[in-house]
Design a protein around this ligand. Structure first.
Ligand SMILES: C[S@@+](CC[C@H](N)C(=O)[O-])C[C@H]1O[C@@H](n2cnc3c(N)ncnc32)[C@H](O)[C@@H]1O
Length: 419
């Protein structure tokens, strides 16, 4: 499709608003579209693709243009990553811009320093170098520069995966069953799936494959009492409820009313009747204490840096810092401690993040184990094998977009001892 001057100017405006990155990029973009209601679907798609593409390649673009100016970054992105011929832009750009753009296609990525090639800030490279060789950092960084695929979870309460796949294919939506998740389907394109009848009738939900696997690690059974301690908008709550065949009870806790409200319409569509939504003030809320040692399975999908989701949220690189990671770690430990108090003897506790940093993962588990002798660490790979999912990442589940083509989830499984 031919690029228009309106698209170019509007994308530069959007980028100007976005780049201070004081707020999440997707919410700034949503606001920009609300303020520019005359933009058509193609214009919006172009602006979203270009602005997120720039965030994915920002270090490289800044290095090559020696500039942080939104317009120049946009032009450089279009020429280098969007297959736009520099001559196509000729009548809209200045001579000085033209000469910069002419060099950009010739710049070899391999000649750049590691942080530019991997598209990671220096503080993150420093942290990763403590436990990863440079080639692994590079392949992780490069896998996170790609846009994530559109992953679906089939609501097995309402439909079978084969039927859903057949319907999608019949409707011309190219899709395949997932490699690991038994209820997952991966699409090869990004149709407006939230308008599809399968979505509107609750038969499918959008959910990354890695996120789906956490439900299988928790492995809740029919009739059990389960707590999803940080339920948010309920991506995992709904899977948990379906795995329990809507029998027993799932408590969906969160401190964020808005997120829990977003769970409500999804819950309605899902056909589940075993989910109980409860806003809590904080992890020590007395409402949680009445469930002390009564719960069979507890999931802590902890608030985290989200660095494992950079494919979807590339802005997080600039919205996180060594200081925020430190603060998150303290919060994660505190939530895990409180959530553990709900687990009954023999019960299971799954701690998860979508981060690949040991500070948010193994360190939190080490601290927990050093003060909770009452829990054993189970082997995630064995538990996955019990679910007939062949994924072996050792004791901890550690998913990586470069290896598993999922978001970068981490999970540890603990079990309270039976005395
Ligand atoms: C990673 S998100 C959860 C995503 C959700 N489980 C899903 O699958 O869609 C982390 C959640 O933790 C919540 N949270 C933050 N602090 C909390 C606390 N002290 N107790 C419970 N939830 C908390 C946040 O509001 C956020 O919704």
């Amino acid at each position: 499709m031919q690029l228009t001057l309106v698209q170019l100017n509007k994308a530069a405006d959007a980028l100007q608003k976005l780049l201070p990155l004081e707020y999440p990029a997707d919410s700034i973009l949503r606001r920009f579209f609300q303020q520019n209601p005359k933009l058509g679907a193609h214009d919006r798609a172009f602006i979203a693709e270009a602005t997120f593409g720039i965030l994915r390649h920002r270090f490289f673009l800044q290095q090559c243009t020696d500039s942080a100016a939104p317009r120049l970054l946009l032009l450089a992105y279009l020429v280098r990553f969007h297959n736009i011929d520099v001559h196509e832009l000729k009548s809209w750009i200045r001579d000085s811009e033209m000469s910069i753009l002419q060099t950009i296609t010739a710049t070899a990525l391999e000649s750049q320093p590691l942080n530019v090639q991997a598209e990671f800030p220096l503080w993150l490279i420093e942290k990763l170098r403590c436990f990863m060789p440079d080639d692994a950092i590079l392949s992780l960084g490069q896998s996170l520069q790609k846009a994530a695929p559109l992953d679906l979870r089939v609501n097995t309460m309402l439909a079978k995966r084969e039927q859903v796949l057949e319907t999608l294919l019949k409707d011309g939506i190219h899709a395949e069953v997932m490699h690991f998740s038994p209820c997952g389907i991966r699409l090869h394109s990004k149709p407006a799936i939230n308008r599809h009848p399968l979505f509107l009738t609750g038969k499918i939900e959008v959910q990354d494959e890695g996120s789906q696997l956490l439900g299988y690690l928790l492995a809740p059974r029919r009739g059990e009492m389960v707590v999803d301690f940080c339920a948010g908008a309920g991506g995992k709550t709904l899977l948990i409820g379906a795995l329990m065949h809507s029998k027993g009870r799932v408590y969906a806790f969160d401190i964020d009313e808005k997120r829990l409200n977003n769970l409500k319409p999804r819950l309605k569509r899902s056909g589940l009747s075993n989910v109980h939504i409860q806003r809590i003030a904080n992890e020590n809320d007395l409402k949680t204490k009445r469930l002390s040692k009564k719960i069979d399975r507890v999931l802590v999908d902890a608030p985290c840096s989200g660095l494992g989701t950079l494919r979807r949220n590339p802005d997080l690189k600039w919205r996180q810092s060594p200081q925020s990671i430190k603060e998150l770690q303290a919060k994660q430990s505190s939530i895990l401690d409180s959530a553990a108090g709900l687990v009954k003897p023999g019960g299971r506790l799954v701690y998860a993040t979508c981060s690949f940093l040991p500070e948010e993962n193994q360190r939190v588990i080490d601290t927990f184990q050093s003060i909770n002798a009452d829990f054993d660490l189970l082997d995630s790979s064995e538990l996955m094998a019990e679910q007939k999912i062949a994924i072996n990442t050792g004791k901890f589940l550690q998913l990586s977009p470069s290896i598993h083509q999922t978001d970068g989830f981490f999970a540890a499984v603990l079990q309270r001892k039976v005395r």
